[in-house]
Design a protein around this ligand. Structure first.
Ligand code: ADP
Ligand code: MG
Ligand code: ZN
Length: 509
């Protein structure tokens, strides 16, 4: 069986001219609790396989689960932050299915009684008409437990097909998960991929702000399944959706939605039907391939979990948690927009780069907001994107960036040198000051060597010197350039220019 059959796709502009996309986003977040959802096993990432297990999370006969109160508290706080209603009374259910990564042969989950329901999250996306707010309605946020992890050995693809044998690690089995599911999201038109990405970004920021998870997509603590369907117009009933699984970066969310739209359009154009199925996202080739067919009426034989008592959070507790929520992200963004004097668009680009905390921290350490934004949403965002990692996982901190900016402010570094210092910090060469010292990157601030370099440059280009003396100040750029080159970029260009004009006795008008 080939899993990489190239499929026909329709040009994106053509798709959005003729079809109306509808999104549905499911995000699983692994809570950062110290222990698992129903037992006392530790949850730390990266331990040796099957060292964080017990009879409960291995589903051994007779083992009895008990609910992790911190996980329930986190679930309620997430629900409240998403403007959800919190159930007065809800239960866990058994979702029965057989798979080797699930030792109990059922997943303890919530079914028709989620702890949180009916909320929303607003996200901002740049459109042709300026910034636009898209309200993403939340259907539910429910508690469940993670499964173990299967790895297929010996094959070329890491998939079960072609593998010699499989290994299972149950360390992850029973880690608390919150699944946050949107209602179908209509009316995003050609912005559907950007809206999907902006939603996951905003949700990640919200969860990070709540401190409930480390929200690391590449380690799987935040996972997104992207549902997409197409219909001809927004007044038609919903089309058949596909569910692209485990898209594990923000950029991939956008790419996967875009790709699915172009693929589904081609299927519909050919007169065929879209198959309701899960699909796999391939980061390298940028395509999705067919997973398993999935109907809406899959029979998991849900029934209430008899080993756990219902959860009935008192209204006092819920209100206490609501009152103690951190500042709502939208409120925080409005506040910072005012403090920094930036536009909606500028704020959205900080947020959508996942850079708000980093920029805020850098500013708090004394940097100019413009400089802080420039580093984090420009150079550093580009590098993170290239390396396929999140901004805050780059080996550079707000403290480093603030220090580089302080050196620029003090005239010890110019832009070009600052870039090299950042590069050195990212390469693990130490703090900005250590990189400056070891690479010898300080700006030449002593006028002596600068004047000598200016004289050399003038001697090498007597015609240019003559022009400047004759009043053509614009020609000074060539000499400044030559001096910058001679000092390997370590001069302050403005200082060189001033010295040059002084030398030639010309004034700028
Ligand atoms: P499943 O159990 O198949 O994962 P869920 O209800 O958990 O189903 O999630 C399905 C997601 O897809 C939800 O976000 C839902 O709003 C969305 N959705 C449902 N129908 C459609 C559709 N026709 N097109 C796009 N999204 C849809
Ligand atoms: Mg689902
Ligand atoms: Zn356990």
């Amino acid at each position: 069986m080939s899993t990489h059959v190239a499929e026909t796709v329709v040009d994106y502009d053509d798709v959005v001219a003729r079809f109306d996309p509808v999104l549905g986003l499911e995000v699983h977040v692994e809570l950062g609790t110290v222990t698992k959802m129903f037992c006392g096993c530790p949850t730390e990432f990266g331990a040796a396989p099957n060292t964080q297990v017990c009879p409960v999370c291995l589903g051994l006969p007779g083992a009895l689960p008990a609910v992790n109160a911190v996980a329930v508290e986190s679930a309620i706080r997430i629900g409240l932050a998403l403007h959800c209603s919190i159930a007065e009374w809800c239960r866990f259910a058994r979702k029965n299915y057989f798979y080797p990564d699930m030792p109990k042969n059922f997943q303890t989950s919530q079914y028709d009684e989620p702890i949180a329901f009916d909320g929303y999250l607003d996200v901002e996306v740049e459109t042709d008409e300026g910034m636009r707010t898209f309200r993403i309605e939340i259907e539910r946020a429910h508690m469940e437990e993670d499964t173990g992890k299967t790895s297929h050995q010996g094959g070329a693809t890491g998939r079960i097909h072609g593998a010699d044998y499989s290994l299972v690690d149950y360390n992850r089995a029973g880690i608390p998960l919150i699944e946050i599911v949107t209602k179908p999201v209509p009316d995003t038109g050609k912005y559907a991929p950007e809206v999907a990405r902006a939603y996951v970004t905003a949700l990640r920021e919200l969860l990070r702000g709540l401190g409930v998870s480390d929200v690391k997509m590449e380690q799987g603590s935040l996972r997104c399944d992207a549902n997409v369907s197409l219909r001809l117009t927004s007044s038609d009933p919903l089309g058949t959706r596909t569910e692209t699984k485990n898209v594990n970066s923000l950029r991939s969310v956008e790419r996967a939605v875009r790709y699915e739209m172009t693929r589904q359009a081609a299927v519909l154009d050919s007169g065929a039907r879209v198959v309701q199925e899960t699909r796999h996202w391939h980061e390298d080739t940028g395509v999705t391939t067919s997973g398993r067919e999935k109907s809406d009426a899959e029979d998991y034989r849900y029934f209430p979990e008899p080993d756990l008592v219902p959860i009935a959070p008192s209204r006092e507790w819920v209100e206490e948690l609501r009152a103690a929520l951190p500042e709502n992200p939208a409120v925080r963004q409005t506040r910072l927009k005012g403090a920094w004097g930036i536009s909606d668009f500028e704020m959205a680009s900080v947020v959508n780069a996942g850079a708000l905390d980093l920029v805020e921290d850098t500013v708090a350490l004394g940097s100019d907001q413009g400089a802080a934004r420039k580093w984090w949403t420009g150079e550093l965002a580009r590098i993170a994107n290239e390396q396929g990692v999140e901004l805050q996982d780059l080996p550079i901190t707000a403290t480093d960036v603030a220090r580089v900016e302080a050196l620029v402010g003090a005239g010890a570094l110019n832009d070009k040198l600052a870039r090299q210092v950042i590069e050195g910090v990212l390469a693990g060469e130490g703090t900005p000051d250590e990189v400056v010292a070891s690479r010898g990157l300080a700006v030449v601030s002593d006028d002596g060597p600068l004047l000598a370099a200016i004289d050399d440059a003038l001697a090498a280009a007597p015609d240019v010197a003559e022009k400047i003396r004759g009043g053509k100040v614009a020609a000074a750029g060539a000499i400044v350039g030559a001096v910058m080159k001679a000092t390997r970029g370590q001069a302050d260009a403005a200082r060189v220019r001033a010295l040059l004009l002084e030398r030639l006795d010309v004034t700028e008008d």
